[in-house]
Design a protein around this ligand. Structure first.
Ligand SMILES: [Zn+2]
Ligand SMILES: [Zn+2]
Length: 256
């Protein structure tokens, strides 16, 4: 099974999983890069997975229907281009013979879902849309800090080798913020060096892994003493994970 990040717009990725014959794509905000990739590899489009309703994730869905030989899947609690198969937390979806579990991850949007495949060949896969980014997380457009903290905690509890397929290339700018929050994190400094050389070659920094995100992502490290101290210095009401998370998210919104 091949996993590819198709660049779209200025910083989106449309993830494509294919077996050499059939493909599934995730969050096709634009149809053009998907059609190009299908044609270049002579692949049939077997299914589309959608994580949330934003235009940069669903804008290409209708244009791909003429190529589509299977369903569009998406969150029940959001307005997704119809027809689509509506999914709830705990549902499973079978694509290309792989079982994906649906995980409710509200916060960025109210009905955002993620798709997790537990298979170990070569590692599990997570399609998490705009919930978890490498070294960061999505903005809270429709949810509360408590909801987003719970959502990220569910994703952080997945196996460490899970391949984390985020929908945007925000890694380097997220890492600047991470360095401000937690200056003494050596693993994060190594990761910055790796991401800078990877981007200099024009390659995606993704997929990341759950283990790496636990080590470098301040939004998954709200129990770390250094992160708590930074949050308290930036106005956190107390040391609870939700208060620390809420302060980090607000601080990041204004961070340049
Ligand atoms: Zn979004
Ligand atoms: Zn997005």
């Amino acid at each position: 099974m091949n996993l590819i990040a198709l660049p779209a717009f200025s910083d989106n990725y449309v993830w494509m999983l294919h077996d050499g014959t059939r493909a599934v794509v995730v969050d096709p905000g634009d149809a053009a890069p998907v059609i190009e990739a299908l044609d270049a590899r002579r692949l049939a489009l077997a299914a589309i997975l959608v994580t949330h309703h934003h235009a940069d994730h669903v804008g290409g869905v209708d244009a791909l229907r003429t190529r589509l030989q299977g369903p569009v899947y998406g969150p029940r609690r959001e307005r997704i281009p119809a027809p689509y198969v509506a999914l709830d937390d705990g549902d499973t979806v079978e694509v290309l013979g792989l079982r994906f579990e649906v995980i409710d991850v509200p916060g960025h949007t109210a009905g955002h879902i993620a798709y997790f495949h537990q298979g170990v060949e070569p590692a599990p896969i997570l399609f998490c849309g705009d919930t978890l980014f490498s070294a960061g997380c999505g903005r809270l457009f429709e949810g509360t800090p408590a909801q987003m903290h719970t959502s990220l905690s569910r994703l952080a509890a997945l196996p460490g080798d899970t391949r984390v397929c985020c929908a945007h290339e925000y890694t380097l700018s997220n890492l600047k913020f991470a360095a401000a929050v937690e200056p003494g994190n050596a693993a994060r400094d190594d990761y910055i060096a790796w991401c800078e050389s990877t981007r200099a070659r024009g390659e995606p920094t993704l997929p990341s892994s759950v283990a790496r995100e636990r080590a470098v992502n301040p939004f998954l490290r709200v129990d770390e003493p250094a992160v708590v101290q930074s949050a308290l210095a930036h106005g956190a009401a107390d040391r609870t994970p939700t208060a620390v998370f809420a302060t980090l998210r607000q601080w990041k919104n204004d961070f340049r």
